[in-house]
Design a protein around this ligand. Structure first.
Ligand code: ADP
Length: 406
């Protein structure tokens, strides 16, 4: 019988990832995804810990709200009769602004604050709030046990010289314009897992963590804490991503506005949804598909080279921030975990800094068994599968547990 479990909700712009973890054992009881939300192809897939798989295709374009209700009523309450074992719900929230430094209970005041800073993550925070509201409605007996775990919190340790932009200071002092970073939940999980694998305490751990998925970011971590990260005020800055530009000269925006007569919405849409890998190769944002069709189109190769070159530049710039020897360079996220080509294309650019791959290990990696892909005499290079949902469950559980002890 399942006891004391946490439901984790990760509401993204076009998908809802969900899972249920048993608190004491960290065992995953259920995991699933509702994807392609907003299209006629939306579908839900979920799997229980006894490997029973379920799938449902929706024939019409259902609203985000109705799909969240489907999740509670048809999956959590009905198919999986475990809602009685739940003691809390952990919500992934992208932006916590200046104030939120750790996981928090989502009371009225905190929900109001998350709403107030939604302009920093307009694609994410409003959807995260919808997830919270539906959870409160569907599980009213747990309304005091909704917990927010924030992607920005892990980066609250970065110092002013890293988080301030070189623009008039009042933009920061009056309007809180600064670097906040993102993917903090994943980078934090990577810290704890690397500490275990490298057998070094978190407080002494020095790593560079590369989370490469549809969104991508790199974080420099010294003595277990984030000291710099590539995403900025919003998740648009930094690396080349699937459809996001990452770093560009801000003057390009003036050019689009003044010369091309694009309005601000069009420019925003171009930089968020039409740029990155897709923008360069003009066909595809999905890294796996690009790599599979690599030989067919020179632009596919070019987009991958630009992606890896930018990543290598970030890694090398973070090397100079490290005061002590680097314990490891970590690849994670869908691309980082699965693409040996992206890893080799990046690492060959970093030979001078002491990174060298073992090609066989890189190609024939057996995840969960082998983590290391570096050659002898190289700085350790590791591939680690991220577990953001587990990290959210652990943080939610710690908060509930600490609250019980009071
Ligand atoms: P997110 O959580 O940001 O939506 P993921 O971490 O799931 O993204 O990563 C999705 C990306 O990983 C996609 O670009 C996908 O093509 C890429 N990916 C998955 N498997 C592979 C693979 N074998 N080779 C290259 N890219 C891959």
């Amino acid at each position: 019988m399942l006891k004391d479990s946490i439901l984790v909700l990760n509401c993204g712009s076009s998908s809802i990832k969900f899972s249920i973890f048993q608190c004491y054992t960290n065992k995953k009881f259920l995991s699933g995804i509702i994807e392609s939300i907003g299209s006629n192809e939306s579908n839900a897939k979920w799997i229980t810990n006894n490997k029973k798989k379920y799938c449902k295709y929706f024939k019409k374009n259902n609203s985000y709200k109705s799909l969240l209700k489907f999740l509670f009523r048809k999956i959590i309450f009905k198919e999986i009769k475990i809602s009685k074992s739940l003691i809390g719900i952990g919500h992934r929230i992208v932006h916590g602004g200046t104030k939120i430094k750790k996981a928090i209970f989502l009371n009225k005041k905190n929900i109001h604050y998350i709403n107030k800073i939604s302009h920093f993550a307009p694609l994410h925070n409003p959807i995260n709030l919808l997830g919270i509201n539906i959870s409160i409605q569907e599980l009213p007996n747990l309304s005091n046990f909704n917990i927010g775990v924030f992607d920005t919190s892990f980066h609250q340790t970065i110092q002013k010289e890293s988080y301030l932009y070189a623009i008039p200071y009042k933009m920061y002092s009056l309007y809180n314009i600064r670097r906040y970073g993102a993917h903090g939940i994943s980078h934090k999980y990577i810290v704890s897992k690397s500490s275990e694998i490298l057998n070094k305490s978190i407080k002494k751990l020095n790593i560079i963590s590369c989370h490469l998925g549809n969104g991508a970011s790199v974080t420099a971590i010294a003595n277990g804490i984030s000291i710099d990260t590539s995403m900025g005020l919003t998740p648009l800055e930094g690396l080349v991503m699937g459809t996001r530009s990452g770093d560009i000269d801000p003057s390009i925006i003036f050019f689009m506005f003044n010369k091309l007569k694009m309005n601000i919405k069009e420019i925003e849409n171009t930089l968020i949804n039409k740029s990155g890998l897709l923008g360069i190769n003009e066909k595809e944002s999905d890294c796996r598909k690009i790599i599979n069709a690599y030989s067919e189109d020179k632009k596919f190769e070019l987009s991958i080279n630009i992606f890896c070159r930018r990543l290598a530049k970030y890694i090398s710039s973070y090397m100079c921030l490290m005061k002590e020897k680097l314990d490891g360079l970590i690849f994670t996220g869908g691309i980082g975990e699965n693409s040996c080509l992206i890893r080799s294309n990046t690492i060959f650019r970093l030979l001078n800094l002491g990174f060298k791959l073992d090609d066989k290990k890189n190609k024939n990696l057996k995840k969960k068994i082998n983590y290391f892909i570096n050659a002898k005499n190289s700085i350790p290079i590791l591939v680690i599968k991220t577990e953001e949902e587990l990290e959210i469950a652990r943080e939610a559980w710690s908060l509930i547990y600490a609250n019980r002890k009071k």
